[in-house]
Each structure stands twice: as structure tokens, then as C-alpha cells.
Design a protein around this ligand. Structure first.
Ligand code: G3I
Length: 302
């Protein structure tokens, strides 16, 4: 195949990109997205601050625009993200105990319910662990206790039984203390029948990142019995070093049957949260970079 999505489809996978819907009016942005990808995720417009700016008052305009575009293009839609310690709307600050619990559960019900049946997989909870494998001491952890992640997954399952439910985090690009902590949680959830279907590996990397246990880490989660998804891939660097790292990540996913797909966090260096690192597959003029060809070749070799 001569597109990323088409090549991924050959092995029953997706190759997706994070999208800012307000950029869909830029001709090159829309045409590149529509040509190359068979999955999208909202970079920002489905987060708590964007979707519930005031308590109980939802704004789905950005997400609806993205979902409509994706459905018109036959693309899957990943959901990002129902519960996260960052980008919470200001009205959440200072909520304590049962009021915060109520706010979290109502938010999940409102957003996952609105998009029910339209989301392939939700990042239900994002970035709840520290580097040492302990829980991040966010307002959620401190006010709700250890059970808050389970509560979030159960609420998401009730709101949208069709969506795969993922735990998503960064710094888990190998077997390390952080991925060990997440592994233990997933194992516990599966043992107790807590609804969890996948783990998302953000994979914000650099060309010299240590990927020596990247595939083994994906494999051990798959062996537990969940899907794995590479959810926010971008690799700082350029040229062949960047291309080789993208190739390695692609081949690791292809080697793990339960790795269902890869999403890059943006697709052109013109619009990246870390633009200075030129981390994506298209340059600022939407030209394919060496890394693009490395990914396409790896996907086609599957
Ligand atoms: O929407 C406001 C706009 O009204 C305001 O004028 C402007 C200037 O202050 O800010 C805009 O909000 C920005 C938002 O992106 C939308 O553009 C926030 O300041 C900015 O902090 C936010 O950054 C996003 C960041 O998450 C925080 O939510 C990045 O674009 C986004 O790429 C990044 O993505 C995260 C994933 O969600 C989770 N994993 C890490 C990844 C990178 O940080």
C-alpha cells in the first residue's frame, strides 16, 4: 500500500494521528490526514476542560466536528481522555471527597455517553502513575483514594459498553518501575473482572531513546490479556536516526499480535506540541520525511 493507513490495514491494524479540528480548514492539513490515516484522536477537544467547561454544561462541538469528519472519511476515532490530572476545568479545583467523585463520574457518563458507539477505544484514565510505579498524588488520588481508577473504568463501561477501555501513560517504553506499577494494576483488574481492554503507550521519544525492551514490554501486557496501543508516538530528531527509531517502534507493534495500532501525536512538524524537535512524519511543508518512508516500508513488510 502507498499510504500509512492502507499499509497498516494490511495487517488488520490502524495508523492514526492526533487532530486539532480547527486546522481541518487548512487544505494541506485535511488532504494529508484524509489520504494517510485510518484513525484519529482529538489532541485536545475531548479533554475535561474542553467538554465540560462549567459543571454539568457540556460542549461537544470540537469532538463532534472531529467525529463527523472521521465518519465521513471512514476513519476510527480514539477517545482522549476522560479523566486526567491535567487540563481539568477550573470548577473542579478544590472539589473534595464525594463531590469530586460525583463530578468525575458525571463527567465520564456525560462524555462517554454522548459518544457511545462512536469510539473505538477510550483513554479512560491518563497518566496516573509516577516514575517509581507509585500512584501520582493528584487531586483524584488524594481525594478519592486508590479505588478511583477502577471507579472510572466501571463508569466508562456503563456509559459505552462498545468502546475498548484503555489506561494510557508515558515513560512506559520498556520494562521499568513505572510500567511494572501499571502491569500490577492491570493484572489486578483482570483478576477481579474490572472492565479494562487495553493499555496505551504514549511513546513520546527521541531518536536515541532506549528501545531495548520496548517490544518485550508490549508483549508482556498482551500476554496478560489486554490489547496494546501506541497512542501518542512522536520521535524527536531527524534523518536516518529518527527513521530507524520509527522503524523499530513500528516493527515492535507488528511483532505483537495484540498491538492493534499506532497513533502519532500530530502528523506535520508544522503543528506539533514539540515542534522544535521536528518529531513527526511530515515536515512543515507537508513533505514526507525519511521517517515516513521507514514506517511505510515496515508496515508493508508485515
Ligand atoms: O484553548 C486555549 C486557548 O483558548 C488559549 O488562547 C491558548 C493560549 O493560552 O491556550 C489554549 O489551550 C492550550 C491547549 O493545548 C489547546 O491548544 C493550552 O494552553 C495548552 O497547554 C494545551 O497543550 C496541550 C497539552 O496536552 C495539555 O493539554 C497540547 O496541545 C497537547 O499536545 C498535549 O497532549 C498531551 C496529551 O493530551 C497527554 N499526553 C501528553 C501530551 C503532550 O503533553
Amino acid at each position: 500500500a502507498d499510504t500509512l493507513g492502507g499499509a497498516a490495514e494490511q495487517s488488520g491494524r490502524y495508523y492514526g494521528a492526533a487532530v486539532a479540528p480547527h486546522l481541518l480548514g487548512e487544505a494541506d492539513y485535511a488532504s494529508t490526514l484524509n489520504r494517510e490515516f485510518n484513525s484519529v484522536v482529538a489532541e485536545n477537544v475531548m479533554k475535561w476542560d474542553a467538554t465540560e467547561p462549567n459543571r454539568g454544561q457540556f460542549d461537544f462541538s470540537g469532538g463532534d466536528q472531529l467525529v463527523a469528519h472521521a465518519q465521513a472519511q471512514g476513519m476510527e476515532v480514539r477517545g482522549h481522555t476522560l479523566v486526567w490530572h491535567a487540563q481539568q476545568p477550573s470548577w473542579v479545583n478544590g472539589l473534595g471527597g464525594d463531590d469530586l467523585r460525583r463530578a468525575m463520574l458525571d463527567h465520564i457518563d456525560g462524555v462517554a455517553g454522548h459518544y457511545a458507539g462512536q469510539i473505538s477505544s477510550w483513554d479512560v484514565v491518563n497518566e496516573a502513575f509516577e516514575w517509581d510505579g507509585s500512584r501520582r498524588q493528584s487531586n483524584l488520588q488524594q481525594q478519592l483514594g486508590d479505588g478511583w481508577i477502577e471507579e472510572a473504568f466501571r463508569a466508562a463501561d456503563a456509559a459505552d459498553p462498545q468502546a475498548k477501555l484503555c489506561y494510557n501513560d508515558f515513560g512506559t517504553d520498556g520494562i521499568n518501575a513505572k510500567s511494572d506499577g501499571i502491569y500490577a494494576m492491570v493484572q489486578d483488574f483482570l483478576n477481579r473482572g474490572v472492565p479494562i481492554d487495553c493499555v496505551g503507550f504514549q511513546s513520546h521519544l527521541d531518536a536515541n531513546s532506549d528501545l531495548s525492551s520496548y517490544q518485550a514490554n508490549l508483549q508482556r501486557f498482551a500476554d496478560l490479556g489486554v490489547d496494546v496501543e501506541i497512542t501518542e508516538l512522536d520521535i524527536g530528531g531527524s534523518g536516518s536516526a529518527q527513521a530507524n527509531a520509527y522503524r523499530q517502534v513500528t516493527e515492535a507493534c507488528l511483532a505483537v499480535s495484540r498491538c492493534t495500532g499506532i497513533t502519532i501525536w500530530g502528523f506535520t512538524d508544522r503543528h506539533s506540541w514539540r515542534a522544535d524537535d521536528t518529531p513527526l512524519l511530515f515536515d512543515t511543508n507537508y513533505q514526507k520525511k525519511e521517517a515516513y518512508h521507514a514506517v511505510l516500508d515496515a508496515l508493508n513488510a508485515a
